[in-house]
Ligand binder design. Structure first.
Ligand SMILES: N[C@@H](CCC(=O)N[C@@H](CS)C(=O)NCC(=O)O)C(=O)O
Length: 323
C-alpha cells in the first residue's frame, strides 16, 4: 500500500497519527464525466463523449467501490462497450498489481505491472493515492475519473443513446431521497466499515462502529415495510449498499471488527441482500475469493499473520422470500 509523491511511488500506510487514530479517506482526484454528447458534467472538463470502445475500466474484484461500477457495467449492458482489466487481489508494497492469478485480467493498454503506472502515464508528477476503480480514455490517453459514485451516475444514462440496456436507477423524482440515503450510508456504512477497521485508537473505532450499527438498524426497519430502499423499485441507493452488505459477514465482521451483529442476524437486510444478489447478472460481478483474500492478506497492520479465515459459510442463493 502506498502512494505517488511527485510521480515517485512510496510504500506508505494511511496516516492516522495526525487524526487521533481516525481513518480519513482522500477525495478522488480525477473528476471528469463521460456524457452522451461530450459536454462537461458536474465537475472536470468536457470532451468525453459516450462512444463504444473508447473507455477502459480498471477494477479489483475485492474492492466495494469498484464493485458498484461492475454492477452498473453489467446492468446497463456496457460490457461490449467498455473494456475491463482486473487486478490481483493482493495489494502489497507496490499497491495494486497485475500479477498472474485466477480472475486477473491484465492491462492491454499500458501493459502495466502496477496500477500506479497508469496514474503515472496520465500525470507523470502526480501526488496522491492510486485507487481503483479508474476509467481510462483510449482516445485522449487520459484518466477520465477515479470516483465510483460518479462513474455509476455516468453509466446509468450516458450510453443510453448508443445502445445501453434501458433502465434508470436514479429517476429525477427519487433523486433527493436517493442522495439523502447515499449520504448517510456512505459515511456510516460503506466508509463506516473502513473507519472502524482502519482506526488506530479505541475512540476512533467506537466513533465509527456505533453509527454503523445505528444505520443498519435504521435500514432493517425501513426494509421491514418496503422491498427496496426507495420503495418497490431498485435504485442507485440499493446498488451502492449491496457491495458492502455482501462483504460484511465474510470480511468486515471479523477483519474490521464490525461485530455487534452479522447481516444474517437481520431478517430484512439479509433477505434484501439475497434479493439483490439474485437479480440477473449480479452474481457474475462477485468474486468472494478475491474479496476475502484481499483484505486478510493485504492489510498487515490489521492482520499481521495474513491468515485468511476459512468461514463463515454464507449462501447468497437461498430463497429470499421478499416481494
Ligand atoms: N473514492 C474512491 C475510493 C476508491 C478506493 O479507495 N479504492 C481502494 C480499494 S477498495 C483503493 O484502491 N485503495 C488504494 C489506496 O488507498 O491506496 C471511489 O469510491 O471510487
Amino acid at each position: 500500500m502506498g502512494l505517488l509523491i511527485d510521480g515517485v511511488w512510496h510504500d506508505q500506510w494511511y496516516d492516522t497519527d495526525s487524526t487521533g487514530g481516525r481513518f480519513e479517506r482522500n477525495e478522488a482526484k480525477f473528476r471528469n464525466w463521460i456524457t452522451a454528447d461530450g459536454r462537461a458534467g458536474p465537475s472536470g472538463e468536457g470532451g468525453f463523449a459516450a462512444e463504444p470502445g473508447r473507455y477502459h475500466l480498471y477494477v479489483s474484484w475485492a474492492c466495494p467501490w469498484a464493485h458498484r461500477t461492475l454492477i452498473y457495467r453489467k446492468l446497463k449492458g456496457l460490457e461490449d462497450m467498455i473494456s475491463l482489466s482486473v487486478t490481483h487481489w493482493f495489494m502489497g508494497e507496490k499497491g495494486w498489481t497485475f500479477a498472474d492469478g485466477p480472475g486477473v485480467i491484465p492491462d492491454p493498454i499500458h501493459h502495466a505491472d502496477f496500477i500506479h503506472q497508469i496514474y503515472q502515464a496520465a500525470v507523470p508528477d502526480m501526488t496522491g493515492r492510486c485507487t481503483v476503480p479508474l476509467i481510462w480514455d483510449k482516445q485522449r490517453n487520459a484518466i477520465v475519473t477515479n470516483e465510483s459514485a460518479e462513474i455509476i451516475r455516468m453509466f446509468n444514462s450516458a450510453f443510453d443513446g448508443v445502445g445501453a440496456t434501458p433502465g434508470d436507477y436514479c429517476p429525477a423524482d427519487k433523486r433527493d431521497e436517493i442522495d439523502e440515503l447515499n449520504k448517510r450510508i456512505y459515511h456510516t456504512v460503506n466508509n463506516g466499515v473502513y473507519k472502524s477497521g482502519f482506526a488506530t485508537s479505541q475512540q476512533a473505532y467506537e466513533e465509527a462502529v456505533e453509527p454503523l450499527f445505528d444505520t443498519l438498524d435504521f435500514l432493517e426497519d425501513r426494509l421491514s415495510h418496503q422491498r427496496y430502499l426507495c420503495g418497490d423499485a431498485i435504485t442507485e441507493a440499493d446498488w451502492r449498499l449491496l457491495p458492502t452488505l455482501l462483504r460484511f459477514d465474510l470480511v468486515y465482521h471479523g477483519h474490521f471488527k464490525c461485530n455487534r451483529r452479522r447481516i444474517v442476524d437481520y431478517p430484512n437486510l439479509w433477505g434484501y441482500t439475497r434479493d439483490l444478489y439474485q437479480q440477473p447478472g449480479i452474481a457474475d460481478t462477485c468474486n468472494f475469493e478475491h474479496a476475502k483474500r484481499h483484505y486478510y492478506e493485504s492489510h498487515d497492520t490489521v492482520n499481521p499473520t495474513g491468515i485468511v479465515p476459512v468461514g463463515p459459510d454464507v449462501d447468497f442463493n437461498t430463497s429470499h422470500g421478499r416481494s
